[in-house]
Ligand binder design. Structure first.
Ligand code: SAH
Length: 220
């Protein structure tokens, strides 16, 4: 993949317009918007998409996957409500755009991807690793999570899960929050889950979105 490596004034202008659109669409968390205004989304896509990167659209990345809509990234990040220094598990690294937005918010990101090709691509992505040295990347199955690094303050799933992955929720701290798109068909409902006690999850069912499916196991 050919990566753009220049963040021009034009890119910054387009990015600011996108941030204004997100505000109009209802994103209110100024910290999330500021973080997104600092991440050059076009760096995470093929250079062929350079002119389109600041539209509120999803785009194809390798391995038949997609980089989520900016609105979806903003919505999920806002809903997660992270605080600086929190430990966050992200399932579905994909392009690593969402990981970068979380890193901009000062959290310790642990992100896991089941597609070898995408994981390898991110490993080779020098700018990203230099800019966000505290993001840890893993190749594996998000359903298994990262027991060695658990418990997490927050868990963010960026693929559509057929149902809430209950076992994974055990890796959440008591009082911790998970954001999970749930549904098997064309669209998913966003769930905000709070681990209210050792044995109790409280869930809130929110807006409808479209995600690629959360699949089990690793893929070569
Ligand atoms: N956060 C990404 C969104 C990528 S789309 C971004 O900002 O670009 C969702 C990603 O979830 C895909 O890359 C897909 O391969 C990955 N995925 C699907 N099921 C998974 C699983 N069980 N474990 C880890 N990653 C998974």
């Amino acid at each position: 993949m050919r990566r753009p490596n220049e963040d021009t004034l034009r890119h910054q202008g387009l990015r600011n317009k996108l941030i204004d659109q997100l505000r109009v669409k209802g994103i209110q968390d100024e910290q999330v918007l500021a973080a997104m205004s600092r991440v050059p989304r076009h760096f995470f896509m093929d250079a062929g998409f350079d002119e389109l990167a600041y539209l509120d659209r999803s785009f194809p990345i390798e391995a038949d996957q997609t980089i989520s809509h900016p609105y979806t990234v903003a919505y999920q990040t806002q809903l997660l409500g992270v605080k600086k220094h929190e430990k966050v598990l992200e399932v579905g690294t994909g392009s690593a755009y969402q990981s970068a937005v979380l890193a901009e918010l000062g959290v310790r990101v642990h992100t896991i991807e089941r597609q070898r090709k995408l994981y390898d691509q991110v490993q080779a992505f020098g700018w990203l690793k230099k800019s966000y040295p505290f993001v840890k990347f893993f190749y594996g199955d998000g359903y298994a999570g990262l027991p060695k690094f658990a418990p997490f303050d927050k868990i963010l799933i960026t693929a559509g899960a057929p149902q809430v992955p209950i076992e994974l929720m055990q890796q959440l701290k008591v009082g911790g929050v998970a954001v999970v798109p749930v549904g098997e068909g064309e669209s998913q409902r966003m769930y905000r889950i709070v681990r209210a006690s050792e044995s109790q999850l409280e869930q809130q069912v929110l807006e409808e979105f479209q995600f690629v499916p959360m699949l089990q196991g690793k893929s070569l």
